[in-house]
Design a protein around this ligand. Sequence first.
Ligand code: ATP
Ligand code: MG
Length: 419
Amino acid sequence: MRSSQLFTKTTKNVPADETARNAQLLIQAGYVYKVMAGVYAFTPLGLRVVENIKQIVREEMDAISGQELIMSSLQKRSTWEATGRWDDDVVDIWFKSKLKDGTDVGFGWSHEEAIIEMLKQYLSSYKDLPINVYQFQTKLRNETRAKSGIMRGREFVMKDMYSCNLDAEQHEKFYQATIDAYMRIYDRLGIGEDTYVTFASGGAFTKFSHEFQTVCDAGEDSIYLGKDKNGRTIAVNEEVGDDETLADLGVKREDLKKVKSAEVGNIFNFGTQKSEDTDFTFTNEQGEKQFVHLGSYGIGITRVMGVIVEKLADDKGLVWPEAVAPVKVYLARLGDTPDVTDLADNIYDELTSKKVAVLYDDRDVRAGEKFADADLLGIPYRVVISSKTIETGSFEVKARASGETQLISRQELMRQLGA
Ligand code: ATP
Ligand code: MG
């Protein structure tokens, strides 16, 4: 990718209508375009980050036998009436509209009911189970507050997975496997160390649930952190009562430290409650009708992107972990003499042919501007090619996260960049 061809531009101006740092930086760097409060478009750079996060999640969901699909955004009223969740008093974030003939439709804010309705058509025997399906989808929610940038959108990308199991035992096993997969995901996304699985109240529709909370000043939630009897860090959800905190962990809440956090994922155990509401059954080996054990498992893809920004950015701009960065290398060509241009073109071609993603700053702008952009964009490695580096016969490489600079040979450059 060449900077001269990228339609987005960076800006030094902090958007006046944004209080969230993640949105300010992402807009300034040209990763997102703000359409209205809580509604953002993702530009080519932003889309790459979203896709990288999705790919990590996809790999881990596939590894626990998830089958990817995509449901529709338009939802039928009857689908949600069975569980009482069409009612605006029960679910207060619906966007709704009508077809030309007056038929009610809703815009998918979640997909449990819709998935169940579909799966009922296919699953009828114990031989069909277990099954788990997942999707990446843009959810639409009429959120009251949308002040956290992409961390709380009215339109946002979620990964939602739904599991169907034969019995409680099979279900618990899968539920636990999902917790493990989620922790692998947050590790790979670079926020694993600060992400905790906390027990949360199930709410009106669930047996129980767990939340994945990442310590983050910009988060809307709070968790309590402390050490258990064995010295391991434990986290307690704010909603969990004092009695449970004593009883479960052997620690008192007042010993615990309260920190701000963001919910980056959650998992719900429905038991057979939802399948009873929707009459979702299968026949067992004895030919008897049984209710399916259901679970649902969310990850806020675009919220995670915002959390990564909030946690890693510094005073110069974004800092992406390599696993999610839109490209690995920011190649800054300083000057346009033929020796510099030829070498920079050549390095760009070699890295690209070896599948190392590069943003090649081939614009005729000052060095200072290129460096400021490299920092603002948060690309993991900046490589500089100038008459000066050519004279020394070396390449200047700077790591964005540590700020460490090295002068290295071409061979070493290729080795370090994985080419
Ligand atoms: P929250 O408590 O933050 O309102 P939720 O409990 O409604 O979220 P779910 O409906 O289960 O969450 O959604 C699954 C995941 O999607 C959440 O864990 C969160 O990471 C993400 N998410 C939820 N709402 C939003 C939103 N408005 N914008 C961005 N991400 C969201
Ligand atoms: Mg929640």
